[in-house]
Write a protein that binds this ligand. Structure first.
Ligand SMILES: [Zn+2]
Length: 257
């Protein structure tokens, strides 16, 4: 798996539930760690103990249970850690509700809080160069589903992520890459980048190798939700917009099995 050191940080992960990733970022000098979106606790605690890590915080991206169901049990084992998250997830024992904070300091690094609504109204992402923990906003080869008609919000959130540095590493919360690329292939069967990447991911998936994290540079080549400008150029109708195409693709994806 791609491993990038940023100052003093490294990452590891735990697979949870059906296809969730619980990301753990740690300072490899003092072994302090943070846990992102723990949907379950048992395997997370086991991993932390095995690696002799000392948790200092949990970061929650949004209110869905598969991202925070493990918080209570982790707090029983480690009662003094901070739990950060948006107000919409306040019922899962968040003791540091994010309101207007732009940054938080963790693991001797600054983390930016990026508002990324769309999948849920209060969804947030956490960025500490080059690591981006974006929950269910951007997936490799796709994006999260949209709740309560928040299409414009999701479109804006994806635009925001697409403008980040190319070397940004995307840590999404689910292993959906193969299915996303199957959909992309159906929409653009002759696209060389998508076909090439699909084969690569198919082989990785077969061997049970995680397809994440992935760089934004790669995503911009293979993720149709980040290629709306290019797609738009293929249409002669002048009244079409990137947002219209985004909505159309998202509708189609919702129906794709
Ligand atoms: Zn979700």
């Amino acid at each position: 798996m791609l491993q990038i050191k940023n100052n003093n940080l490294k990452f590891t992960y735990v697979k949870s539930l059906k296809d969730n990733y619980i990301w753990i970022l740690y300072n490899y000098i003092n072994y302090e760690c943070i846990i992102i979106d723990p949907g379950s606790a048992k395997e997370t605690i086991k991993k932390i103990k095995k690696m002799k890590l000392k948790p200092v915080a949990i970061l929650i991206t949004h209110c869905h249970y598969d991202h925070n169901r493990g918080v209570d049990s982790i707090l029983i084992k480690f009662p003094f850690i901070d739990v950060y998250g948006p107000k919409e997830a306040k019922d899962c024992n968040i003791n540091k509700i994010l309101t207007n904070e732009k940054t938080i300091n963790l693991l001797d690094n600054k983390f930016s809080i990026i508002l990324t609504p769309g999948h849920t109204a209060g969804h947030v992402s956490y960025y500490c160069k080059p690591f981006l923990f974006c929950g269910d906003t951007l997936f490799s080869g796709g994006c999260g589903n949209v709740s309560n008609n928040l299409y414009k919000e999701m479109f804006n959130s994806l635009t925001l992520i697409s403008l980040m540095p190319k070397n940004t590493l995307i840590f999404c919360s689910h292993e959906y890459t193969l299915n996303n690329l199957k959909f992309a292939k159906e929409i653009f069967p002759k696209d060389k980048n998508i076909n090439f990447y699909y084969q690569k991911i198919k082989n990785k998936t077969k061997r049970n190798i995680p397809t994440l994290p992935v760089s934004l540079k790669i995503e911009k080549k293979i993720n149709i939700f980040l290629r709306l400008k290019k797609i738009l150029k293929n249409y002669k109708e002048t009244n079409l917009t990137e947002f219209y195409i985004f909505k159309y693709l998202r509708y189609k994806k919702d129906k794709f099995k």
